[in-house]
Write a protein that binds this ligand. Structure first.
Ligand SMILES: Nc1nc2c(ncn2[C@@H]2O[C@H](COP(=O)(O)OP(=O)(O)O)[C@@H](O)[C@H]2O)c(=O)[nH]1
Ligand SMILES: [Mg+2]
Length: 246
């Protein structure tokens, strides 16, 4: 397990973000570039040419800091799982490039990870100074019910288990056996650590609906989150971690 904070690998999955991708990188660079080991662009055949051009330009300027990884496993979960394997920083920042994960908060996540490097720090939209802008009332309500249900099931005081804006010790993510490939992976990668008893802390963040590109998720796929959330609660630890026992 991690030790101390040395540097962060920022995972940046990209499909159709152009200006928002550039703004995301610029904001992180301005705030905390010295703490970043590498920016890892996760791209697929669905990534649009303009987005790819930005990744390539950054990579050409600084090949060891901006890396492009063409995913082999499908979908967002597949991209992130491969990103974990590539990461060389002591910690991994999980976020999007569509500005729904406010890049201004990356420095705060890193500052928290320096304080408690063995913990997972997550952003919450449900605590004071957090919030939602441009979220439909129905989704907001379902989200609230979902959070309450799963915080109860896992016996934690957390308020946001599904906002995939977090910092993790890299070794933890590399040591877990993952199963989901699509968006429910974002939930899996919190509930499995919770099953293992890893401490999780929250900081506030406001979610703002993107105004560039479009979501790759569908409303009905949200119901698949239930399945992994319920399953992972009852897994024995050896079904979750890669290390063989004794
Ligand atoms: N590499 C890669 N990135 C993806 C994929 N699906 C989504 N993303 C990116 O992951 C981030 C979050 O995805 P998004 O579709 O906005 O999810 P939502 O905010 O939960 O609706 C965005 O920056 C997307 O461009 C995928 O299959 N592969
Ligand atoms: Mg999004």
């Amino acid at each position: 397990m991690a030790y101390e904070f040395e540097s962060a690998t920022i995972l940046l999955p990209v499909i159709d973000e152009i200006q928002f991708l550039e703004r995301t990188v610029e904001m992180i660079q301005k705030d905390c570039d010295a703490d970043v080991r590498e920016y890892l662009f996760l791209v697929s055949e669905k990534t649009c040419p303009e987005s790819l051009k930005i990744c390539q330009r950054l990579h050409q300027a600084q090949p060891d800091r901006f890396l492009i990884y063409p995913q082999k496993l499908p979908f967002l979960g597949g991209a992130l799982r491969e990103g974990f394997e590539q990461a060389r920083g002591s910690h991994i920042v999980l976020m999007a490039t569509d500005m729904e994960t406010d890049p201004a908060k990356v420095k705060d996540l890193i500052a928290e990870a320096k304080q408690t490097p063995k913990q997972i720090i997550v952003c919450s939209r449900w605590i004071e100074d957090g919030g939602f802008e441009g979220y439909s009332f129905l989704k907001w309500l379902l989200n609230w019910i979902f959070q309450k249900m799963f915080a109860g099931l896992y016996g934690v005081k957390l308020t946001d288990l599904t906002y995939a804006f977090r910092i993790y010790p890299t070794s933890l993510l590399k040591n877990i056996k993952w199963e989901e490939l699509r968006h429910p992976f974002l939930f899996e990668c919190l509930v499995k650590p919770l099953n293992l008893g890893i401490p999780v802390r929250e900081i506030p963040c406001v979610w703002r609906a993107r105004t560039e590109g479009k979501s790759q998720n569908s409303f009905f796929r949200n119901f698949r989150y239930l399945r992994i959330g319920l399953r992972a609660k009852f897994y024995p630890q050896e079904k979750i971690t890669k290390q063989e026992r004794g």
